[in-house]
Design a binder for this molecule. Structure first.
Ligand SMILES: *[C@@H]1O[C@H](CO)[C@@H](O)[C@H](O)[C@H]1NC(C)=O
Ligand SMILES: *[C@@H]1O[C@H](CO)[C@@H](O)[C@H](O)[C@H]1NC(C)=O
Ligand SMILES: *[C@@H]1O[C@H](CO)[C@@H](O)[C@H](O)[C@H]1NC(C)=O
Length: 442
């Protein structure tokens, strides 16, 4: 049989496969030929459930008797997001259960004793749409993005999937165990393979928000290049904090209630400090100028991106120093050698320098100096891969800047959604890109 026949056979097979796919997704014929999309959320961007075992001990009657108010028959309840967390006594219970602990002997993190956790609906977009399905209005997360993808023919479960994860845990540098996050990468890999298999062997588009971009990059860098070429069509990252953020230093020093009224930032600080994923987002010396002070004290001491270890000690979190230096610091940003599109918001004032007064870290900074970014992530971090991968011949990179769109608005803003879906559609229509394209929109 000559090549020509082989091609005809292949095309016939493809035609049959796409007819089957069309039949499967009768609600939308446009969906037949698209690359499957897998959504990977950011930190806090999916639901988490917990269950308390007999090992669980709480000194507080409130936590034992009244919290949570609702559990299923097997004892599982919603840990994230649960709105009762804003009531002070419950904030404390929540914190204790949400905290994770670093065990230096194991060189790994684990849950609080007596607290089991699970991520509901892995593989589906269900737990990414709303952080709490009973409060759709205020906890909507990826719903608007999903709606926009549905308009161009994507159908949940057919060619649109979700990869939620336990966002308190992080990946670690080579040679260091990271049980929870490594299991997630393995599951994500399986999901990618099955999404491709059920879509005519078409490679997938990974569409990430925030921290999800870092997980996706490391999955790619830890997989053989032949696997990446077979299964990944495009990595599209929204607001990825490639090099961390200065705001994370504020979270570690003083806690961050994320503007939720009634929540005392100091009450949530311990939980925030405990999360391995937060440590991952400290400003990286590969990205932030190592001689530029990011935190300035009244006594003249300052901290740059090279001083994060000393900073952690000085704020009273010495237990973070070891894991930071061994597990986080060596993590790189190697080019994944599959096409990447970075979509970022710009022109939103973003903490760039924290200035503390006479009481040191005991009080909130007396002044915060702002710079460019998306309100959460500094510009230099959003664009870090442009510099990192600039000289890499095998890396095509498209950067789309959208002026005035914040870190979370990027998932809701009509203009931003139009651009994101535009990228997905261009991938599906077979438009490839040159090695570096930067497009700026206002
Ligand atoms: C880094 O910061 C220092 C001090 O602010 C400055 O002198 C230097 O030019 C900066 N380097 C780069 C590459 O921007
Ligand atoms: C300055 O303040 C920092 C943070 O409070 C503290 O760790 C450091 O020891 C102080 N340095 C001097 C020289 O007093
Ligand atoms: C680029 O890709 C080719 C083919 O996959 C490979 O042989 C080469 O080593 C890659 N170059 C770099 C710098 O990774």
């Amino acid at each position: 049989m000559n090549n020509f026949h082989l091609n005809i056979l292949l095309y016939t097979k493809m035609a049959i496969l796409s007819m089957l796919a069309m039949a499967a997704s009768s609600s939308s014929s446009a969906a037949a030929n698209v690359h499957p999309v897998i959504l990977i959320p950011g930190s806090g961007g999916n639901q988490l459930e917990a269950r308390l075992t007999s090992e669980y001990k709480s000194s507080s009657l409130v936590c034992n008797k009244w919290y949570p108010l609702k559990k299923d028959p097997d004892g599982w309840f919603r840990l994230w997001f649960d709105p009762t967390v804003i009531f002070r006594p419950f904030t404390k219970c929540f914190n204790r259960r949400m905290m994770i602990y670093y065990d230096p002997d194991e060189d790994d993190y684990h849950n609080a004793p007596g607290v089991e956790t699970r991520v509901p609906h892995f593989g589906s977009i269900q737990s990414l749409l709303y952080l709490n399905p009973t409060l759709k209005g205020i906890t909507s997360y990826m719903k608007p993005l999903v709606k926009s993808l549905e308009k161009v023919g994507y159908v949940s479960g057919n060619n649109l999937f979700g990869a939620p994860y336990d966002f308190r845990y992080a990946l670690a540098a080579e040679g260091h165990p990271s049980k929870v996050a490594s299991k997630y990468l393995a599951d994500l890999k399986t999901l990618i393979e099955s999404a491709s298999a059920s879509n005519g062997a078409r490679p997938v588009i990974l569409l990430t928000h925030s921290l999800g971009g870092l997980f996706a990059l490391h999955l790619l860098n830890r997989s053989p290049i032949s696997w990446r070429q077979k299964y990944i069509k495009r990595l599209i990252t929204l607001a990825a904090p490639w090099g961390g953020t200065v705001g994370e230093m504020l979270t570690y020093a003083n806690g961050n209630s994320f503007g939720v009224p009634l929540v005392d930032p100091l009450l949530v600080r311990d939980e925030q400090r405990s999360a391995a994923s937060n440590l991952w987002l400290m400003p990286s010396p590969r990205v932030f100028n190592e001689s530029k002070p990011l935190v300035v004290m009244a006594n003249g001491t300052h901290y740059t991106s090279s001083d994060i270890g000393r900073f952690l000690g000085d704020i009273g979190f010495p237990e973070g120093v070891g894991p930071y230096e061994t597990r986080v610091l060596p993590l790189g940003l190697r080019a994944p050698q599959v096409p990447v599109t970075c979509v970022v918001g710009t022109g939103v004032k973003t903490p760039e320098k924290l200035i503390y007064g006479g009481s040191g870290f005991g009080e909130q900074p007396v002044e915060i100096v702002y710079g460019d970014g998306d309100g959460t992530v500094n510009m230099v971090s959003l664009l870090a891969v442009e510099t990192e991968w600039g000289g890499c011949k095998n890396q095509s990179l498209e950067v789309i800047k959208i002026d005035g769109v914040s870190h979370t608005e990027i998932l809701k803003d009509e203009n931003a959604l139009g651009k994101i879906v535009g990228v997905v559609s261009s991938v599906n229509s077979g438009i490839s890109m040159s090695s570096l394209v930067v497009r700026t929109f206002s």
